[in-house]
Design a protein around this ligand. Structure first.
Ligand code: ADP
Length: 463
């Protein structure tokens, strides 16, 4: 009966298998040189025997690093598609469970399926959700995550050198991964996928236009020029929205104008495709409002053009569009950088003011990271009272001093953000209310509220 049970288990449908993956490298545009590296990975599958015979070690895991929406998932699928192997995928955020042991058992099941259906690609999205350096998260959630991470390490080691199962993981934060993950034999290959440049954007638009009835004279350059900073996911979406535009007008060809209009919609983040709870909308609104309300207090940052909390294709939470002069090398830079840090840490301060000190939300994680690195830049740039410079960075015992000085700056900016938010509580409430209701706020709308409710005082420099 034991054998029967085992067979019954084996015939269970694999949960993590994605069927019918039909992605090829030609579906992924704007890769340039990265493509060669990926072709080599395909060869590990198609010419595995040759590599093994020559004693070339096949990597256990490949890390695709880059911001959301640049095509990391698409690339992992293309590797499986080109090699003609099975594709198993899971998002690491699914590993991170409240119940102890669930994450680890999912990892085991995932790899068991992949092995039984080898050759295969295992794709782990958002590896940093589970792969953050151990001990950084306190409490029972941290323990559970450690158990999951340990299980993942065991699974990665189990396949070392075999070349039958290759793991591809994506992350936007390779720098915070647990060192154990990136040891040889594990994720020992990193491939960086940047946001596409102008030419890359043209190519991506064209890939997505391939299956659409485009007008023969479409000006891709014009669309690519106005989408600076956008990633593949957003560009793909622009083509889709342009097609809808065409359909609505009962036309038969997509024109440059359709694309431009769609790009503007994308830019403004008007697409609420995701479901959010009312609490979540409010939290995101507080996050974005905090940045705008603090920024409007600062001369270099007060040029706020647009606020939105609508989720966008690039999975942003929302954004505040500020027009600013980025580089100010003159006297202004010191205060300007402090102001910038204060704006970036404002969402964290708002979280404390609105939800209490022990409320844990992660909405502000990204901007808090910006603040942290800007504080370091501040210290290393020799701008703090203690005159550290870039050369101190290489002296091991100085690094702690630099970090604690950066932390001091960060705390000061944090207090300053809190003070501004506290003083502008009415303005915050008004901005949050409108954002929750309308999802966005124009420049004129925002400044009207500032006029009505704001309490902007010229403030003395804080440090
Ligand atoms: P990531 O995994 O980096 O967050 P995805 O692979 O999920 O990004 O990208 C989402 C979608 O965006 C893809 O399915 C594809 O339609 C489009 N896309 C992203 N990057 C590219 C690219 N380089 N070429 C073509 N399409 C792309």
């Amino acid at each position: 009966s034991g054998a029967r049970v085992r067979r019954a288990c084996n015939t269970k449908l694999p949960q993590y298998l994605e069927r019918g993956i039909d992605v090829k490298f030609s579906d992924v545009a704007g890769l340039g040189k990265i493509r060669e590296e990926l072709e080599e990975i395909v060869k590990f599958f198609t010419h595995g025997e040759m590599y093994r015979r020559r004693g070339v070690k096949i990597p256990g895991g490949i890390l695709l690093c880059g911001p959301p929406g640049v095509g990391k998932t698409l690339l992992a699928k293309a590797v499986a598609g080109e090699a003609g192997v099975n594709f198993f995928s899971i998002s690491a955020s699914q590993f991170v469970e409240i119940y102890v042991g669930v994450g680890a058992s999912r990892v085991r099941a995932l790899y068991q399926e992949a092995r039984e259906n080898a050759p295969s690609v295992v794709f782990i999205d958002e590896l940093d959700a589970v792969g953050r350096e151990r001990g950084l998260i306190k409490g029972s959630g941290g323990q559970e995550r450690d158990a999951t991470l340990n299980q993942l390490l065991v699974c990665l080691d189990g396949f070392e050198g075999k070349g039958e199962v290759i793991t591809i993981a994506s992350t936007n934060r390779p720098d915070i991964l647990d060192p154990a993950l990136v040891r040889p034999g594990r994720f020992d290959r990193k491939i960086y996928i940047p946001k596409p440049g102008l030419i890359g954007r043209i190519e991506i638009l064209k890939v997505h236009a391939r299956k659409k009835p485009m007008a023969p004279d479409v000006d891709y350059m014009a669309v690519a020029s106005m989408t600076d900073g956008m990633v593949g996911a957003e560009l793909a979406n622009i083509v889709e929205v342009a097609a809808i535009n065409m359909m609505r007008d009962a036309r038969t060809e997509i024109t440059t104008d359709d694309l431009i209009q769609a790009a503007q919609i994308e830019e403004r983040g008007m697409l609420d495709r995701k479901e959010r709870s009312p609490e979540m909308w409010k939290q995101v609104a507080i996050n974005e409002a905090a940045m705008a309300v603090v920024a409007v207090n600062f001369p270099d940052l007060r040029n706020i053009e647009f606020l939105t909390i609508a989720p966008r294709a690039g999975r942003d939470l929302g954004y505040v569009r500020m027009k600013m002069d980025h580089v100010k090398f003159k006297e202004g830079i010191r205060q300007s950088l402090l102001d910038h840090i204060t704006v970036q840490i404002a969402p964290r301060a708002a979280d404390e003011l609105w939800y209490g000190e022990h409320q844990f939300s992660t909405i502000w994680a990204e901007t808090a990271d910006n603040a942290r690195s800007a504080a370091r830049t501040f210290v290393l740039g020799g701008l703090s009272d203690k005159h550290y410079g870039l050369s101190d960075f290489w002296v091991a015992d100085r690094i702690n001093d630099i970090d604690s000085e950066a932390l001091r700056i960060l705390h000061m900016c944090y207090d300053r953000a809190k003070e501004i938010l506290h003083r502008n509580r009415n303005l915050m409430d008004a901005v949050v209310d409108i954002l929750v209701e309308k999802k966005s706020l124009t420049k004129e709308g925002f400044f009207k509220l500032v006029e009505l409710h704001g309490s902007l005082q010229p403030m003395p420099p804080s440090v």
